[in-house]
Design a protein around this ligand. Structure first.
Ligand code: HGY
Ligand code: MN
Ligand code: MN
Length: 414
């Protein structure tokens, strides 16, 4: 197997891309369909061109670099990730997977390696869901599961996804053209930072993902009665924050009864928000995950039942809106085998681990085999300016990705 990826070039691009949307504390904020994301896409498109790829965007803004194979009729191999970020996020989440895939292709290009199967590198639109309340817009479109009525979802300024797409120069009515057929895709492999501590505890730079836990996102709204903080006795209140507090306590206690489940209340709004005003309304998000869908459903039902019971007891009206319900996605044996062989060819043996974080491949694993390679995260920190993976670990993971793509794209070993 010939070719070694260029770790210096990969690192320089990671740092260069990370400066787009960087704030003074070193956090990165790049929301979908914004000017900052446009700048980031132009930067990534230039890297794709340098790597010998043809570059295009599909109807929902997925940025696609194509490295043409010798057999135009053969199904394509796809690798990629995302370049949008959470609010005040890090430089590696998503970006590493896109830049590593480009680096792998550039290594093929520079070694005059032409695969049988065409390889596509994709920077998927809006994986994080930071702006519109649900994510993986680009990978849902590729899977054909993104529908026009999904585009009515609004951001906090009241802008719909369709309006944001049009303002960014895309044509929402043509989103169906972004969908791919199962027979078009041979397989998908994504490199991503682990965003947890398993590899660090094992003292391993690279890991093989066995499956991706499924995120369920709910939006709770509780309504009581705003009132005077001083003149209203405790037994005469209908304070939605008191009910929410009982619900939060239940969520954390009950989730700890489950082996793999995790629960996060990441957004909380108390309205009207006065020091001397009893809240009238409380809104909060709930992110529930488990690698086992039945367990996640069980926990979800218990939380819904408890919410109903507490709100009835305290005369609080409530609603629960489903933002997204993504089933867990198992990795495919054939892609896992290719990653393991790639690691062996590079003198590595990979530990296996589950991904607690969600990733684009879970949106279309029904279309094609899916696999993921993880790179060690320092202290397991992510979605945070301190997110960090070392240059050596990034290069090691990218070398495994390179060898995996050579196998999947059926490059005869010289
Ligand atoms: O939420 C997630 O798991 C991913 O970071 N989008
Ligand atoms: Mn990510
Ligand atoms: Mn993320």
């Amino acid at each position: 197997m010939i070719g070694t990826v260029n770790g210096d070039r990969l690192w320089a691009r990671l740092m260069e891309l990370g400066r787009i949307g960087e704030d003074e504390q070193g956090g990165v904020t790049r929301f979908s369909f914004t000017e900052l994301e446009r700048q980031a896409k132009e930067q990534v498109a230039s890297y794709m061109s340098e790597a010998g790829m043809q570059v295009r965007e599909d109807a929902v803004g997925n940025l696609i670099g194509t490295y043409v194979g010798t057999d135009p009729d053969a199904a394509v191999v796809i690798s990629g990730s995302h370049i949008d970020t959470v609010l005040h996020g890090g430089k590696f989440d998503g970006a590493l997977g896109v830049l590593a895939a480009i680096e792998a292709i550039q290594t093929m290009y520079e070694n005059s390696i032409q695969p049988k199967h065409t390889i596509e590198v994709v920077a998927f639109t809006d994986e994080e869901g930071s702006r519109f309340g649900f994510g993986m817009i680009g990978s849902r479109a590729l899977a054909g599961t993104l529908k026009q009525d999904n585009l009515t979802q609004r951001d906090e300024q009241g802008v719909t996804i369709a309006e944001a797409m049009e303002a960014a120069g895309y044509v929402p009515s043509q989103l169906a053209s972004a969908a791919r057929k199962s027979e078009e895709i041979k397989g998908y492999v994504e490199l991503h930072i682990e965003q947890g501590r398993v590899l660090e505890q094992l003292n391993q730079p690279v890991g093989l993902v066995t499956g991706i836990a499924g995120p369920l996102w709910l939006q709770f709204t509780l309504n009581g009665q705003a009132g005077h903080a001083g003149a209203t006795p405790m037994n005469m209140r209908r304070d939605p924050l008191e009910a929410a507090t009982a619900i939060f306590d239940y969520i954390y206690r009950e989730t700890r009864q489950f082996k793999h489940a995790v629960a996060t209340v990441g957004k909380l709004r108390v309205l009207p928000g006065g020091v001397n005003v009893i809240p009238g309304e409380v809104q909060f998000s709930l992110d529930l995950r488990d690698i086992d869908e039945a367990q996640r459903n069980e926990l979800e039902q218990r939380i819904r039942d408890f919410t109903d019971q507490v709100c009835k007891q305290q005369s609080i009206e409530y609603s629960i809106e489903l933002l997204q319900r993504v089933p867990p996605a198992p990795s495919s044996p054939e892609i896992m085998a290719a990653i393991e062989e790639a690691a062996r060819l590079n003198g590595m043996e990979l530990p296996t681990l589950v991904s607690g974080a969600g990733h684009d491949g879970m949106q279309f694993h029904s279309l094609c085999p899916l696999g993921m390679i993880f790179v060690r995260s320092k202290d397991g920190i992510s979605h945070n300016p301190q997110e960090y993976s070392s240059k050596e670990d990034c290069a090691a993971g990218t070398q495994v990705l390179y060898s995996t793509l050579l196998q999947l794209a059926a490059v005869e070993r010289s």
